[in-house]
Design a protein around this ligand. Structure first.
Ligand code: ADP
Ligand code: MG
Length: 288
């Protein structure tokens, strides 16, 4: 049976916008060794804006943006949303003959009879396209039309104001290691890691690699502590399920993530995790 104090703890947490799906998770929060964050939508706002468009091989800026917007128009990814916002015109879906979203890479679509690629360096390598190696701290979306490199779009995301506080306070309450995993490029990842003071950053990961990293970090833990993974959920359900404690950001998070998670933070503030740990510690004093 669950000691009565846990119900008080769960109730107290829910009043602060933290949904805990069972007393065992509250207990586990007392013994956290490692906290692993996803980047996009968790530590950053996940609201991307197009900040630069660079054209190559004779296409105009307008044409590049238009074809990228068409290729991205069926995607819900924050990157796609930012490109569609920048384009700002209506999309005639009749022009999109096929569409394939390759998780962790980007898009391959047929638009007005042309094969369009829109995605990262990994997609370019996978498709054997010669692309420009861009040196910028933003997310790069290369655009290729019928195997011809057409240029790239740079997209930037903003840090959440709350993220620095979350990392700092986790350290203050005795968490041993803070880590970030992301599918985004290394430059963006390192700059976020440095700003927040994270202990470790792993970039350019596919969703299945995130699970492998979590397993590696679990093996590395010297104590018998717990590992928490915090994610917003686009593609994060497997890693949320795999971690000792899976925490989903409920504000922007996907339904699949909320379902797979053990704890849901109803706002988009990662520091709510610190609140949850503090509640867990207080609850323990009442139970024992
Ligand atoms: P994160 O781990 O930061 O949440 P994702 O796993 O969702 O990132 O995506 C990883 C990378 O894959 C992105 O940074 C981007 O380079 C590429 N990508 C994913 N979806 C798209 C898309 N719809 N259009 C272009 N690129 C994409
Ligand atoms: Mg994500």
């Amino acid at each position: 049976s669950i000691p009565l104090g846990f119900f008080g703890g769960i109730g107290g947490a829910s009043k602060r916008g933290i949904l805990v799906k069972g007393g065992n998770y509250l207990e586990a929060l007392n013994n956290v060794d490692t906290v692993v964050f996803d980047k996009t939508g968790t530590l950053t706002k996940g609201v991307f804006k197009v900040t630069e468009i660079k054209v190559k091989n004779g296409i105009s800026r307008e044409q590049l943006l238009e074809i990228a917007a068409y290729a991205e128009s069926y995607s819900n990814h924050p990157i796609a949303v930012s490109i569609l916002n920048e384009y700002g015109k209506e999309i005639n879906k009749d022009y999109i003959e096929s569409y394939d979203e390759i998780s962790g890479y980007g898009i391959k679509a047929v638009v007005k009879g042309k094969v369009v690629l829109a995605g990262n360096d990994k997609l370019m390598k996978k498709e054997n396209i010669e692309y420009e190696d861009v040196d910028a701290a933003g997310t790069i979306v290369h655009v290729v039309i019928d195997r011809k490199y057409a240029g790239y779009i740079i997209i930037s995301d903003e840090m959440k104001k709350d993220s620095e506080k979350a990392v700092r306070e986790l350290k203050a309450i005795g968490v041993n290691k803070t880590v970030m995993l992301t599918g985004d490029n290394k430059k963006v990842a390192d700059s976020v890691g440095e700003k927040l003071g994270l202990d470790r950053v792993y970039a350019e990961l596919l969703p299945q690699h995130k699970v492998e990293k979590v397993e590696m970090l679990e093996r590395e833990m010297q104590t018998k502590g717990k590992l928490i993974f915090v994610g917003d959920g686009i593609n994060d359900a497997p890693v949320l399920a795999r971690a000792d404690i899976g925490v989903a950001m409920g504000g922007l998070g996907s339904d699949a993530a909320i379902e797979a998670a053990d704890i849901v933070l109803m706002t988009d503030e990662p520091s709510k995790l610190v609140t949850a740990i503090k509640i867990a510690k207080r609850t323990r004093k009442i139970v024992w």
